[in-house]
Design a protein around this ligand. Structure first.
Ligand SMILES: Cc1ncc(CO)c(N)n1
Length: 222
């Protein structure tokens, strides 16, 4: 299956994100609070756009069930995933709603968000956008499962963040994979290559997003 191949190809990228300082800080429960705050400012805006991009996919789908599923996902992104953000805000000792007021699309998140929008407007088939979006749940799920495997999170204040991404992503990933695998059966080699590139690039965007947060990247810091 096409998506299985994609996932195999990005294993080294996920491994490298795992070794980066943001995820290591989560594992050791000592992630610097400034990095958490910067992440929250960027991610609250990223998720708003993610929800809006789902809404752009609705006209591209023809099955009722798929449309229904996307509506549920819009709700999850807007209202469910906030739980993971509250865990981080508590850890950083800040009020979530106050901290995100100062958020911006910093350079790396700006690039990632525009990568998804480009595909939504450029291609009529939803699969191109889905390949740019799928690393969002997939990379977090894989990182969370890898962290949880260590079995050393007792007493770590960030454990609920890890648990959240271990348990909430499966159904979504299944849906996204099915759409892309179905499209891939009739896609040309050129189209398959764009799908592959979109998926790989978004995994790299995920890496850059964590590093952006850790390094407090801003437009001022050029
Ligand atoms: C940037 C980014 N990628 C993935 C997720 C997981 O949904 C998230 N919250 N933010």
């Amino acid at each position: 299956m096409f998506t299985r191949q994609l996932k195999k190809e990005v294993e080294p990228i996920i491994e490298s994100i795992y070794n980066d300082p943001f995820i290591q800080g989560i594992i050791h429960g000592d992630l610097k609070k400034e990095a958490v705050k910067h992440y929250l400012k960027a991610d609250s805006l990223y998720l708003n756009e993610f929800a809006k991009i789902y809404s752009l996919l609705i006209p591209k789908l023809n099955d009722r069930e798929g449309i229904q599923f996307l509506l549920g996902q819009i709700d999850f992104v807007m209202n469910g995933e906030v739980d993971a953000h509250y865990t981080l805000a508590d850890y950083a000792g800040v009020d979530y709603k106050t901290v995100i007021e100062e958020g911006e699309w910093y350079p790396s998140s700006d690039h990632y968000i525009k990568h998804m929008y480009y595909n939504a407007y450029r291609y009529s088939d939803a699969s191109f956008t889905i390949c740019a979006m799928a690393p969002c749940p997939y990379v977090y799920q894989q990182l969370a499962l890898k962290i949880a495997e260590r079995n050393d999170l007792e007493g770590n204040p960030l454990k609920p963040w890890v648990d959240f991404y271990c348990t909430n992503m499966d159904e979504l990933i299944g849906h996204l994979d099915r759409w892309v695998d179905e499209f891939s059966e009739t896609a040309s080699d050129e189209e398959l290559n764009i799908l592959r590139k979109n998926f790989v690039e978004s995994c790299i965007h995920e890496k850059r997003f964590f590093n952006m947060s850790y390094n407090i990247e801003t437009w001022e810091g050029y």
